[in-house]
Design a protein around this ligand. Structure first.
Ligand SMILES: [Zn+2]
Length: 304
């Protein structure tokens, strides 16, 4: 399989490099003291979760976007700039998602490294579905994002390479299990189509054989025209779609109006997770939380 080959080649190359250059004992180095850890700043919490899985106790990861903020339309403040200045490695999604990070990253130290995930994925010719919410597919995370992070961490902290490779191998297994769990959740779900407030679930839908049939905001913050809204109502009534997903409590009047016209369920999802909520404070939990809610709503939506 393509992903296995790419990831395996990377891990083998890194492992060989370490064995040749640093000696096998580098694998058993103690974790650095807290103030010597690599400082990593990411734009959104799911990236922090993934980065922490790979970095383990060699890194301290912070999230630039405050809890509850919009990944798309955040206003940059001084605290965020300060966080970016101290970071050794800055990671963002890019690809039209966290555009505000451009300003923040411009204040980074000259010797700091940065990684734009969607930009690299596009260059690599990966699955480009025109939706930057790439973390919402655990297989895409496993096959593309995890290797990118191992590379980025190892470039900044070569002594930690074995540590990062080992963590990635463990996390890779967890992602494979998580994907199976999610496949099972959607296996017997009768309804497969939904409408979303914005195009956040393209990768997720693609992975689990669902269809995000339409969106209320063509770009975040810009609602579709009244004519397009009418077309969505017609489509939903014609295809029997009754689920409209909103994002973290930001249900709009348009979503409510549409739900009223199609006998629909407004389903609030959380693609960004929340460090203070036990059901959404890890990558796996974020995915489970959303998948379970969506599977239940889709199932209910077509029961008599
Ligand atoms: Zn979004």
């Amino acid at each position: 399989m393509k992903r296995n080959t790419a990831a395996l080649v990377l891990y083998m190359a890194l492992s060989a490099l370490l064995l040749a250059g640093c000696g096998i004992f580098s694998a058993f180095q103690a974790a650095p003291d807290k103030d010597e850890r690599l400082l990593v700043a990411t734009t959104i919490y799911p990236l922090t979760c993934i980065a922490q899985e790979i970095g383990g106790d060699r890194v301290t990861v912070t999230t630039l976007l405050p809890a509850g903020g919009s990944a798309h339309l955040h206003e940059v403040g001084p605290a965020m700039m300060q966080e970016a200045v101290s970071a050794d490695l800055l990671i963002r999604i890019a690809g039209g998602l966290d555009e505000w990070a451009e300003q923040v990253f411009s204040t980074a130290r000259e010797d700091a490294a940065s990684l734009e995930i969607a930009t690299v994925l596009a260059e690599d010719g990966g699955e480009d579905l025109g939706d930057p919410h790439v973390w919402l597919d655990p297989i895409l995370v496993r096959d593309h994002i995890v290797p990118l992070l191992v590379n980025a961490f190892s470039a900044v902290d070569p002594e930690g390479s074995v540590h990062y490779v080992n963590n990635a191998a463990r996390f890779t297994d967890e992602l494979t299990d998580l994907d199976r769990e999610l496949q099972d959740m959607f296996q017997d779900v009768t309804g497969r189509s939904f409408i979303s407030d914005h195009a956040a679930w393209t990768h997720f839908a693609h992975r689990y054989n669902l269809e995000q049939r339409g969106v209320l905001e063509t770009t975040p913050g810009h609602e579709c025209s009244p004519r397009e809204a009418t077309e969505l109502v017609d489509l939903a009534n014609h295809e029997g779609i009754h689920v409209i997903t909103t994002t973290r409590g930001h249900g709009t009047m348009l979503a409510e109006a549409l739900a009223g016209q199609i006998d629909g369920i407004l389903l609030d999802l959380d693609p960004l997770g929340d460090p203070d909520s036990a059901d959404r404070n890890s990558y796996a939990q974020i995915m489970r939380y959303n998948a379970a809610k969506l599977a239940a709503a889709l199932h209910e939506s077509v029961e008599p």
